[in-house]
Ligand binder design. Sequence first.
Ligand SMILES: NC(=O)c1ccc[n+]([C@@H]2O[C@H](COP(=O)([O-])OP(=O)(O)OC[C@H]3O[C@@H](n4cnc5c(N)ncnc54)[C@H](O)[C@@H]3O)[C@@H](O)[C@H]2O)c1
Length: 245
Amino acid sequence: MAVLAGKTAFVTGGASGLGEAIARAYAAEGASVIVADIDVAGGNALAADIGARFVELDVTREESWAAAVAPIARIDVLVNNAGITTLGSVEDLTLAQFRHELDIDVLGVFMGIQAALPKMKAHGGSIINMSSLSGVKASANLCAYNAAKAAVTLMTKSCALHFAQKGYGIRCNSIHPGAIHTPIIDKVLAQSDNPEALYRSFVDVHPVGRLGKPEEIAAIAVYLASDASAFATGAEFRVDGGASI
Ligand SMILES: NC(=O)c1ccc[n+]([C@@H]2O[C@H](COP(=O)([O-])OP(=O)(O)OC[C@H]3O[C@@H](n4cnc5c(N)ncnc54)[C@H](O)[C@@H]3O)[C@@H](O)[C@H]2O)c1
């Protein structure tokens, strides 16, 4: 049975990697999917492939959010997945790099929740924020990313509490993937002087001895979007091959 039949799901960063896997899984489970991304060509191609709608969205711009959600009557599921990873320690990063990371990975999530809320409040729904293993565990060379994903972890809980207290029937949870082989990993490796050593270090932090697959994150995103997770809110869903234990 299609567990997301009748639900409308809005997936940011839906053109690539984890967002793509989530959009594909949601469509396969019967949801009406809106793929939102700055990547117009990739987003349109995916939407055509899975029978979804594409909307151009820059998560860092409030007016872009307003335009993206305006034509949508109701949203049942919001996946705040768009994100970047900036490599660098507190000594290496410029203020501009740090700000850029927070703009996309933190303010983008905040604006997404604010934009979607009026489309969810009347009937309830599920908000899923893509944090990371890096939102619960620090790395010396991920100063900005750690700060951003930790902010998402606690922003999620604050929203979950607020929605519960207001009785909106909206749940808010975070997903914390370990390293999953998507284009973001290649972008991070491209920032390194020694990509092979960095890749090995990614594998080594996972007790199961491998990186994860996008479908393994999509599976938890399906659960969190579905009514099966009705009692789950404010929780951290760690899907990381044991890396956080
Ligand atoms: N891949 C991993 O190992 C991993 C691990 C933990 C968390 N995450 C998180 O998962 C999310 C998705 O990562 P991914 O691996 O699929 O990366 P990806 O680079 O494959 O995809 C990211 C998508 O976000 C889009 N995007 C970037 N900036 C945007 C903006 N301003 N507005 C709208 N869209 C924008 C990109 O165009 C792209 O389609 C990110 O939040 C990332 O931090 C990834």
